[in-house]
Design a protein around this ligand. Structure first.
Ligand code: 7RM
Length: 643
């Protein structure tokens, strides 16, 4: 394959950047490497308000870390109170647009007021530090308001994405032993109401730990309220006090638990604490998004995922930014909705996922071309490896070849971004997360934990503790040790495969279980997928290894096509040849299956596990609670029988 193009930030971008040029980056990186505790202590002192300072920065008893030991802090205070004493008091904190078109411009002062009122409500109902709250809401301002109200009192929150079923909700309430559930009647998506309250009602039948269900009225549709359990938000709010000071909490007090799927069917409750998480989240916000006080910043993720926690709520608000929240779907009422929002609010930074980029790319350039996108100065990508073709499209069609793209690698477990280009410092290569952020020490190793050389594929690990790291799995420290710390002694195992090129750039290839072995050649599903989507007819592709008698595994591809008339027999042959040509004959797919859609989690990750099952057995068992559209799977599984 040819050398990737290198994209350097313009001299103008560099001149105005928070971190300027490679020298700026290297200076920070080296300082952090030489004395990590001193470095993080400095960052924490600069970026965060502490009620009391720490006695020491880090206490590390692998795999258990305590950061800013003995310090007192409150995340809600850092996101609100400290800003209203400054020029930001009447700056817009949350700029919200509902799917039907309503707008709300909530300033820092107003947000402080709303959060204080809701925190008073919780306090009056008897909730206190250490209690657990489940938040199950649509993408409306009351979702971050509920999070910040919990944080204000030290109530540990767990946001459950509004698309989850009552089963998934129930499992989380039970695992967490939550005593309060905060929800809404429903929200809007694709022009329809998505009801939430009925799912809560169903789950509550088996959740004895819950005393109160607090319901925000968003849609006004008919729901049932159970006397003695269900309470209307607006009724409680009517008499709420606006005086509810933030409680000084221990730096290691849990801020939230966020459930994520692991390799077993049972989701893991990833636990994050306060001081370290907020320090790294705030610093990374300024580093990777080159954040300026005048920026209008938009992360299109759902707050129910870690990206939303860190880069819609805690990061932007702690840094004093204006954070845009859009409730609905990018294709409603038509495919230019996002570009309409960018134009209307003069959005400066857009942070989204490769899946969204590919979906929009598939619809053609006419949609973005309908709008003035000249306010954009920076773009971001997160969630999965971005194929160079999607990167180039994003860069050219959305960024008009003017905006750096920050491809940010991180996980629910890492809390905030670990590998990403500082946009005014590190030149980008499409598809690479580039270099680690200061204080992050990754490595790539083989099965024995030995570092592999440049251009070699291996396991991505993190060698040193970092402030925003996962502290444990809720209620299961053994699983925490086993999952992340048992493979390579002393290091955090990410579960991702990666390689480092001759410039030291990281290329994350996908999950370790997505690696195929064909005739003894190691081949990433991602490599084949990238090759496929480089073909002009292909919109999206997912690749899995299929057991094969002779070669061990064979490459099996699921492909969705761009609009147009294609001869599928011919195209199948062409694509096999294409992949063989792009990567090598050993990578030639055994099978190409055309499909209307790929099975995805609600956060947009392709569920290769399901596809593997389909190609192996033509059936699906396993846990599918995170699946976006179950009918896709049924169709894919039955398709083969029809063939
Ligand atoms: C933030 C988030 C984590 C997994 C991770 C990777 C994949 C995420 C990138 C990426 C390549 C990226 N948290 N991943 N970002 N792969 N490049 N920029 O997505 O917990 O939901 O997922 O996502 O496999 O391990 S997550």
């Amino acid at each position: 394959m040819s050398q990737p193009t290198v994209y350097s930030p313009s001299p103008e971008f560099v001149r105005n950047a928070n971190v300027q040029g490679m020298e700026g980056y290297l200076e920070l990186y080296r300082r952090a490497e030489q004395n990590p505790e001193e470095f993080w202590g400095e960052v924490a002192g600069q970026e965060i308000h502490w009620f009391e300072k720490w006695s020491h920065v880090l206490e590390w008893q692998p795999p258990f870390a305590r950061w800013f030991v003995g310090a007192k802090i409150n995340a809600s205070y850092n996101c609100l109170d400290r800003h209203i004493a400054t020029h930001r008091k009447n700056k817009v904190a949350i700029l919200w647009e509902g799917e039907p078109g309503e707008q709300r411009f909530i300033t820092y002062q107003e947000l402080h007021r709303l959060v204080s009122r809701f925190a008073s409500v919780l306090k009056n109902r008897g909730y206190q530090t250490g209690d657990r709250a489940i938040i199950y809401m649509p993408m409306i301002p009351e979702l971050p308001i509920a999070m910040l109200a919990c944080a204000r009192l030290g109530i540990i929150h767990s946001v459950v994405f509004g698309g989850f079923s009552s089963e998934a909700l129930k499992a989380r309430v039970q695992d967490l032993g939550a005593s309060v559930v905060i929800t809404a009647d429903g929200g809007y998506r694709r022009g329809k109401e998505v009801k939430l309250k009925p799912a809560v009602d169903e789950a509550m039948a088996e959740c004895p730990s819950v005393r109160d269900v607090i319901v925000y009225r968003r849609t006004g549709s008919e729901i049932t309220m159970q006397a003695g359990r269900d309470l209307w938000w607006h009724e409680l709010d009517a008499t709420a006090s606006e005086d509810c000071p933030a409680v000084p909490l221990d730096s290691e007090h849990p801020l939230f638990v966020l459930y994520t799927s692991g390799t077993t069917g049972k989701p893991k409750g990833i636990l994050h604490t306060t001081g370290g998480y907020l320090t790294q989240t705030t610093a990374s916000m300024k580093w990777i998004f080159d954040l300026k006080d005048e920026d209008t910043y938009w992360c299109s993720a759902d707050i129910g995922w870690v990206t939303g926690h860190t880069y819609i709520v805690y990061g932007p608000l702690s840094a004093g930014a204006t954070t845009v929240i859009y409730e609905g779907s990018p294709d409603y009422p038509q495919f230019d909705r996002w570009w309409r929002i960018v134009e209307k609010y003069r959005v400066n930074t857009l942070y989204t996922s490769p899946t969204a980029i590919r979906a929009l790319l598939r619809q053609g350039e006419q949609w973005p071309k309908m709008h003035d996108l000249s306010s954009l100065r920076l773009l971001g990508s997160v969630g999965e490896p971005i194929n160079p073709a999607a990167w180039e499209w994003y860069h050219r069609v959305i960024g008009k070849a003017r905006c750096p793209i920050v491809d940010t690698w991180w996980q629910t477990e890492t809390g905030s971004t670990m590998i990403a280009p500082m946009p005014g410092a590190v030149p980008q290569k499409p598809g690479s997360g580039t270099l680690p952020l200061p204080g992050v020490v990754p490595d790539i190793v083989d099965l024995n934990g030995k570092e592999v050389g440049p251009e070699r594929e291996g396991f991505l690990i993190i060698r040193r503790p970092w402030p925003g790291m996962i502290r444990t799995i809720w209620g299961d420290p053994e699983r925490f040790k086993e999952q992340y710390w048992s493979r390579v002694p002393g290091a955090y195992f990410t579960g991702d495969a990666a390689r480092r090129d001759h410039d030291g750039y990281y290329w994350v290839l996908g999950r370790v279980d997505d690696v195929m072995n064909v005739s003894g050649h190691r081949l990433s599903t991602m490599e084949v997928e990238s090759a496929l989507v480089r073909h002009p007819a292909v919109a999206e592709a997912a690749v899995v290894g299929k057991p094969h008698e002779i070669t061990g595994q064979a490459v099996c591809c699921f492909v969705t096509l761009k609009q147009g008339d294609f001869n599928r027999d011919q195209l199948g042959k062409d694509l096999r040849q294409w992949v063989a040509h792009e990567i090598g004959t050993f990578a030639r797919p055994e099978e190409i299956r055309f499909t209307e859609a790929l099975p995805k989690t609600r956060s947009g990750k392709i569920m290769r596990r399901l596809l593997r099952e389909i190609v192996t057995t033509n059936t699906v068992s396993g846990d599918v609670t995170t699946l976006e559209d179950l009918s896709v799977v049924t169709r894919l599984a039955s398709q083969h029988d029809e063939d």
